[in-house]
Design a protein around this ligand. Sequence first.
Ligand code: ZN
Length: 320
Amino acid sequence: MNNNILFFAPVFKDLIWGGDKMAREYGYAIPSPTTGECWEISAHPHGDCTCIAGDYKGKKLSELWAEHPELFNTGAGNSGNTATTGEFPLLLKVIDAKDDLSVQVHPTDEYAKAHENGASGKTECWYVLDCEPGAELIAGHNAHSREEINRLIDEGRTCELIRTVKVNPGDCLFIKAGTVHSIKGGVMLLELQQNSDITYRIYDYDRIRDGKKRELHTEKAKETIALNGSECTAVSTPNTAGTHKIADCKYFTEYRINVDGTETFTAGDTFATFFVTEGTGSADGTPIKKGDSFLLKAGAGPLTLTGNMTLIAATPGSVS
Ligand code: ZN
């Protein structure tokens, strides 16, 4: 067993819009045919992943974060770290949208700190794993003023407010906190985000579950939606061999690694997370395959990836 990489048991979420594609695509033991999310690497109290092998078997990621800072090295003095709280900074999940998710928005750090008991905001980045041809996501809005945003929401005309974006597998969309967004049915994606679970729902298609509609949070949403709503676009990511940076912000840096033979990945002086989107191979000699996720310890040195596969890697903080 290689002790430089840690594997975790994922936490599944049964959700009104979820499906069973993760069982078919990745062989996951999903708990229900409406499994919407798989939290692959998370230390959030709503889904704290447990290490499944090696020296730290049985430990929660939040415990490792608290007891073994050397595994992560995101403390003071690490130039890569800009996390605003003392929590594990990232959350990596697979989302299988069989039906449309609610139209929603997440707060910025400043807003969450003031209104959500000091919690982190939520900036997220989507990598499209699988979708039907012509599939769409919702990202951003068409309004030109705060009054227009508020009026369209108040009048129940959310569909006129939102912008749709066409996507293909391999596309990347950066969803800054304050961006109205929704995942449409038929899309499965990998979401890298700040360690936060705060969502303000604007519209939920009037769906009923367990006899009631899910709660909306329109007042907080109206305060949170960024005025400039037309910036977010889908960017196709490179499929040529090598390591390609696909997103970079103050919270995280994300890479697409296409392995055809051997590639090495260096995480700088911090940790990194990985998800295998396609193919099979090995990481420092440990076999890995499509659907696997793992964490590379800080200070482990360059990771050698061998085989024929594609991975999405992430490190905390910005590299630019
Ligand atoms: Zn979201």
